[in-house]
Design a binder for this molecule. Structure first.
Ligand code: ZN
Ligand code: ZN
Length: 146
């Protein structure tokens, strides 16, 4: 599963304090976090990591599929679909910033075939859908009447 220690060890990496701390910070939120936000969260727990270290850890996590970079707000989220086939894609609420993840092999297959029609050999896909989550969509009428 998405257990940090298992994934790191399986790929020949050690579980270090900083890696565990950054992972815990991502696990504690539904919203993408930037390296600076992670640094602030850790500082609240009296623990200091410089942002370059945090960035390197996030980069490692991304390569191992433990986390993903969210392009539209330059933050990182923990992968919620460990091991699931197909590229992992996101729906992102523009109001509250919450992120949900899904994967669809069929969608990847289609995108690959569109690319191949252009003579292009696709290796991966990035996809983010922006809009309103169920909660914010439900509240949208309240807001517009204020
Ligand atoms: Zn994922
Ligand atoms: Zn929302």
């Amino acid at each position: 599963m998405g257990n940090l220690a298992d994934v790191l060890r399986a790929r020949g990496y050690k579980v270090t304090g900083p890696r565990q701390q950054v992972f815990d910070a991502l696990e504690g939120t539904e919203k993408p976090l930037s390296p600076y936000e992670i640094q602030n969260l850790l500082q609240e727990e009296d623990s200091f990591l410089n942002h370059v270290t945090i960035y390197r850890i996030l980069d490692l996590f991304s390569r191992l599929g433990l986390a993903h970079r969210v392009l539209s707000n330059s933050g990182f989220v923990k992968c919620n679909l460990p091991g699931q086939e197909g590229c992992h894609r996101f729906v992102i609420c523009r109001c509250c910033g919450s992120v949900q993840e899904f994967a669809d092999k069929e969608l990847c297959r289609k995108e690959k075939s569109f690319a191949l029609d252009c003579g292009f050999h696709a290796e991966s896909h990035l996809s983010e859908t922006l809009g309103l989550c169920a909660k914010c969509y439900g509240r949208r009428d309240e807001k517009t009447t204020i």
